[in-house]
Design a protein around this ligand. Sequence first.
Ligand code: UDP
Length: 240
Amino acid sequence: MSYKRVLIKLSGEGLANKDKRLAIDYELVEKFAKQLKVIIKRNIEVAIVVGGGNFWRGTSAAKNGIQRVRADYIGMLATTMNALALQSGFENNNLHCRVLSSLTMDPKVCEVYINEKAKKYLKSGEVVIFAGGTGRPFFTTDTASTLFASEINADAILMGKNNVDGVYDSDPKFNPNAKKFEKITYDELLEKDLRIIDTTAASMAKENKIDIIIFDINEQDSLLRAIDNEVPNTIITSKK
Ligand code: UDP
């Protein structure tokens, strides 16, 4: 399928450079910017939801005594930090980019999310980064991805994972015989309790009939090849 408008999910962890102990790998951001420029030139509109796991995860913080709601707001702020860092990296590569946040931030920091505004920016060829997840605790940025993809009528969600290239019937890191699915339905995913995305995200994507393509963000030119369906992946869909 050739896409008109896609939503790319970048996990926070995937942005980090563990060797250099950096929260954000600037070389990687530059690689993304270069690929996105090619994608935008092909008149494909690009929205991004970014996670915050390189800085903070609400559930882990809650285990350490920070009350869950507050821990989650800190997580949402972490996604906003990533969004702003991505924006700078993109702009340094002459890629026009807007950050729209679900959390009301001071307007000097970024813009507030309004659906019409997001669509207007997308139509004019700007990359739109959604910061702050859904803006509510107890959710994840996977769920924010399905929510925003539904709100902006994206053709699909391209979900870049960190060192996982699709959906397996068991964890390939522990089971060398794990079987990879080329395609799987949301029903099967939920029934088999495969946790590649959380169940809230899976249910919403199923309801709204949005395909999610799982691929490894660390593959060479992963974004470009995901757009062309040339990267190893699994398609999660409502109907096979
Ligand atoms: N978060 C939240 N509501 C949302 C999205 C995110 O509370 O709608 C918080 C939550 O604490 C989460 C953190 O932000 O752990 C970072 O997001 P996520 O774990 O989805 O990031 P990723 O794993 O993709 O890096």
